[in-house]
Design a protein around this ligand. Sequence first.
Ligand code: ACO
Length: 319
Amino acid sequence: MTYTRIVGTGSFLPANVVTNDDLARRVDTSDEWIVTRTGIKQRHIADPEQTSSDLAVEASKAALAAAGVGADELDVIIVATSTPDFVFPSTACLVQARLGTKGCAAFDVQAVCSGFVYALVLADSLIRAGQAGSALVIGSEVFSRILDWNDRSTCVLFGDGAGAVVLRADSRPGILGSMLHADGSQAEILAVPGNVSGGSIIGSPFLRMDGQAVFKIAVKVLDEVARETVARCGLSLDDIDWLIPHQANVRILEATAKRLKLPRERLIVTVDRHANTSAASVPLALDLAVRDGRIRPGHRVMLQGVGGGFTWGAALVEM
Ligand code: ACO
């Protein structure tokens, strides 16, 4: 039997840190409002010339080094992003070239803040089907490019960054089980409803969100998908050592842990420092907790995505 194991993690954050007080000098907001409603204290924002592929390459190099795997050993590279460098080619193809390799499959996945979990499940399926022996899965975003910096209701919530994992086929189980879902009838509650056509932007190039609708659905589906995933693995919620939900908002994270009856100490939180980095948030949080020694070999980690589409999913991983 072939399984998929995570053999290395990496991440990268742009150097520029923007605090809530910095934002309060630009729009009518306050550190107190942002911290109380979201738990966010600061976010990293890419320089104007930094792209998703730039952040992805740095995160990938860190993950490959941690795994002791060379780029030329990869069979597939998948980048989850909603802020690609170009309409095409895919960011994954750009990353492949920058890692100095060619020949392996490379493509992007678009499932917004669920993108990393979607990409991880795809890579796991390719490995278990014998189509790939190793994979690089990346979540990378420059959400700062699709924010209206004059809209206080959205610009305070997001940040830029990238996280990556290297996967390998193994005879021991790593990814124990997963579930993916979508409900396209909720597309409007979180969207960048624009496109490029005939040389112009059609619609809006900025993120729009019904915050309360997103909050309600997120808490509900994160609870449901965690239960579905452990059941699929033949395990129970008590078997989860660490919970890493998509880092949208500390109130969503804490409500999810509470509903799943997991103590706060088993919840990994980075949203205070990174804000919401969309597809990058889960691998960024995973890498941070692996590197600071909280997540150790043998621990079971529940990774959860939720976001625009509306999309959601989870994977239970034994490290
Ligand atoms: N600073 C100060 N006041 C603000 C700000 C701000 N940054 N933003 C909005 N307000 C004001 C509003 O204008 C409104 O004022 P009014 O009452 O005078 O009209 C008031 O605060 C309340 O606005 P609400 O939108 O009702 O605030 P709410 O309590 O719902 O909090 C929030 C907004 C934090 C976005 C909340 O709805 C939420 O957490 N939603 C979850 C969405 C989320 O996390 N999205 C991230 C992306 S989605 C994802 O990744 C899955």
